[in-house]
Ligand binder design. Sequence first.
Ligand code: NAD
Ligand code: LMR
Length: 338
Amino acid sequence: MFSRSASRTFTQSRQFSSSAARQTKVAVLGAGGGIGQPLSLLLKQNKLVTSLNLYDIRGAPGVAADVSHIDSPSKVTGYPADQLDQALEGVKVVVIPAGVPRKPGMTRDDLFNTNASIVRDLAAAVARVSPEAHLLIISNPVNSTVPIVSETLKKAGVYNPQRVFGVTTLDVVRAARFLSEVTGAHPDECKVTVVGGHSGSTIVPLLSQIAHGKGVKGETYDKLVHRIQFGGDEVVKAKDGAGSATLSMAYAGAKFADALLRGLSGEKGVVTPTFVKSDLFAQEGIEYFSSNVELGVNGVENIHPLGPLSAEEEKLLAACLPDLKKNIEKGEAFAAQS
Ligand code: NAD
Ligand code: LMR
């Protein structure tokens, strides 16, 4: 059993093939969508990606033809609705932004009924065709879709918790930007660790852990925390029915994919928050949690402890845990019935 102060290290094989690293095939499932298109554009520019397979039930061949003209070495292939298995052949990393986005007035949990089965079916295909792939889950509600993917892989007998990630990078990106707006400091000096999950009260920014964050107090602190927790709502409201964050999410998804690819290729010290199977709160019955994770040749190498929390952060964490637990259990219950 792990305590919050313990760090978790995976001790599986650290064998690393440099030729495998040079051949990194990445698939995007949902590549025709608001996130999928700009994410594919950004991944085409990543030197660690050698092949890019773009799949969607609508429009992926067109997106692929367009992106393929960009003058970077990777090969881009588009796959229509009936070619999911072909899109997954030999892939090392699968990024999943497939699913419906929110409209004003909706919570991320309101997307569950539609997105749960989309994510389950895509995970089942990954289990069948590319069981060793690393899965990056963007589709909401992330707090539930990550357990659904994990349970689906378990059923297929191919689950490895080191290879399943909920992408919470947009919360980290927002925290850096919003803190820089409050303090006037450069966003690079405002790198806030954001832990917990990816929705409202489950998003817990640890502002006290960095120099520019610890000075923010009172009403300014409360407003900043609220903005980080509910930044997604700002975009949903401004888009007025046309969806949720796509461009900033594509940026965040590409940033996380790059971190993972660097870890997989042998770079040391790649650490970023992500929502993974974690023992940090297992005693509270919470199996998945986002915290700083070291990424390496096997995916998750080491889950960092949370570190010291302020009194305010302890309160935020106390509010996060029950909501997060419910979201995770909902995903697990869905997968169990499927
Ligand atoms: P979108 O509607 O623009 O695009 C979704 C795409 O998924 C569409 O092209 C659709 O054809 C495709 N799709 C649907 N079912 C599919 C299937 N079975 N296989 C393959 N593709 C399929 O939506 P979007 O704005 O790109 O958002 C996608 C998801 O990402 C939403 O669930 C949204 O809530 C989520 N999201 C997550 C974060 C995060 O921080 N993790 C941030 C923003 C959005
Ligand atoms: C976000 O944080 O922008 C995404 O989760 C999309 C949403 O529904 O807000």
